[in-house]
Design a protein around this ligand. Structure first.
Ligand code: AR6
Length: 183
């Protein structure tokens, strides 16, 4: 299946299928929990592949700031990963779509991108936040993810390479369908 990409302003946005822990980028984004305590899914994979230094930094952030609220983002080093940083963000736990889930999901992407910009990063790889253990319906989540990134690219950003790394075919297809409609 081909990687898809489009140019939005000065940023190339790409979709690819794969394991985000294998990506070379300035930063990869983690779909974490508010306690920054690790878990399953992409979070588990990142801590396993990245080694213990990432959790040590998460422990420190928890002690200093109490963790990371849904919709917010924090940054650590990349440990053994092929990235300098991991940006940890927290999506909403999906209930019925009426308790602020869309805004929180949008904020999770926006906070991650803003943090990348603050660190003057050029490349970032992002998974589908919230659509695994947290249960966000995939099509709606894909639309929010891509719309947030699309709008972000209209701002003055240091990011020239934003990659969505989708783990499974369902996620890739859902993102690809929404991506085709963006211009
Ligand atoms: N690379 C890219 N995407 C992945 C990978 C990977 N290696 N592994 C899984 N995914 P989830 P959430 C996809 O559950 O819904 C954790 O326990 C996965 O197929 O990782 O935000 C945290 O600690 C799905 O499409 O994140 C939290 O407690 C997407 O990543 C909670 O889960 C998101 O699934 C967060 O849940």
């Amino acid at each position: 299946m081909p990687d898809l990409n489009k140019q939005f302003n000065r940023t190339t946005v790409a979709l690819l299928r794969g394991d985000i822990t294998r990506q070379e980028a300035d930063a990869i984004v983690n779909a974490a929990n508010s306690g920054l305590r690790g878990g399953g899914g992409v979070d588990g994979a990142i801590h396993r592949a990245g080694g213990p230094s990432i959790m040590q930094e998460c422990d420190q952030i928890r002690r200093m700031e109490g963790g990371c609220q849904p919709g917010h983002a924090v940054i650590t080093g990349g440990g053994n990963l092929k990235c300098q940083y991991v940006i940890h963000t927290v999506g909403p736990k999906y209930r019925d779509g009426r308790v602020d889930e869309p805004r929180i999901l949008r904020d999770a992407y926006q906070s991650s991108l803003t943090l990348a910009n603050t660190y003057e990063l050029k490349s970032i790889a992002i998974p589908s936040i919230g659509t695994g253990a947290y249960g966000y319906p995939l099509e709606e989540a894909a639309e929010i993810a891509l719309d947030t990134v699309h709008k972000f690219c209209q701002t003055d950003t240091t990011l020239s390479d934003i990659r969505f790394v989708l783990f499974d075919q369902f996620s890739y297809d859902a993102f690809a369908e929404k991506f085709a409609k963006l211009s």
